[in-house]
Design a protein. Sequence first.
Length: 501
Amino acid sequence: MDSLANLGDGFLTVLTPMNMLWVLVGALLGTAVGVLPGLGSAMAVALLLPVTFSLDPIGAFIMFAGVLFGGLFGDSISGILMNTPGNSTAIAGTIEGHKMARTGRAAQALATSAIAAFIGGILSSVLVVFFAPSLADLATLFGPEEYLALAVFAFVAISAVVAESLVRGLTALVIGLAIALVGVDGMSGAARFTGGQPELFDGINIVVITVGLLALGEVIAVAARRGTRQDTELIPSGGRLWLSREEFRLALPAWLRGSAIGVPFGIIPVGGSEVPTFLAYGTERRLASRKPGSMFGKGAIQGVAGPEAAGNATAGTAMGALLALGLPTSATAAVMLAAFRQYGLQPGPLLFERASELVWALLASFFIGMVVLLILNLPFAPLWAKLLKLPRHYLYAGITVFAMLGVYATSSKLLDLVLVLAIGLLGFAMRRYGLPVAPVLIGVILGPLAETEFRRAMAVSEGDPTVLVSSPIAATLYAVLVLGVGAFLIQRRSAALAKAA
């Protein structure tokens, strides 16, 4: 009851003309920045941080709430329409979302993403309001062996389900893990595969890899088809704003499953929404493979609904972890922590006592911000889809320009432009020979985490490998992985035999 009363006071604070204006401005600016390749919600908050210097703390953080969720939806817009996600958290939803756009269902994909963002964000915000202390306890259950098991689970599950061949999926995973090795070893301090270039000591930026594989790889693939029948096929720009009864029936469970997967990951410091979004995508793909007529690989609406809901649910509970524990579990939360310190505030248990009005106004603005975004973006989904009406040479030239600008803006390094071109050629080669892109990305994102946690577990156990399965959580994850992959391979073999017969 105290939580409800405090939340009610927060709504009264936010529901004033000036504060509602800041919510609206934040949502619009966040979406606009999120659409640009290479930027995203974290960059949006960072770029707009100086803009809030003249605002009072409550107005500033209300605006940040709009920027946060607006940036997440903006990431998805560019991913779905142009196969160029604004941030790595939108990669999983882009896999099927762009295929929906290519089959004339861009507006349905954007509407699915908008509703997923609303559902995932609302459910996570409700949990934060009522159960923030209990959710925070989940973080204490994860040690090195649990993080490693989680990474291995994501590696194998994604590699098994996104490729027609398990060998091709694992080959793509190895490519991703090899790219992740570039840079300085965090434990020994030794430089690895840097070629003596100091710019590579920090590794290859995930923005460079994402933009190169997805955006530039697609641009080069389109250029390679110039003059062929495929080159004359335009991407349809239409699509219904509303979802049919069948589409809604498929999307609703995926929205709920994605939200359930994403909620715990906002508390666990694994770096953001990449893990839960890929897990949600893998879950939906495995479930769909058990039924005939799966649309995965052709534009499955569940492949958009699940990851998008997971990403926003993770973002919501990550803010809960920041407020309750002072623990930034994602890049966006880290930027928000800097914003708190700018105003002389320290997130953590005492924040609820020392700045109660600010905390509850911020939580209330989460709800209001997501409603505002749904109202703004759902009707405009067909308008966003009209971007696909641009002539193909203008569209892909624009994608290339914005992609390169986004890459250069994140680091100001000319070497990154060379790398994004090289990785773009790699992405083109992978498309040419049927290697899936998703395992590369999951290997790059989770490779450093898996390596660090493996070495940490070995160091603590003095080289005893049994420590990797000594935890009930880790053992359960490995058991589920073995059973799941075994069942998946048997099912795929049975389907191949039935098709041959």
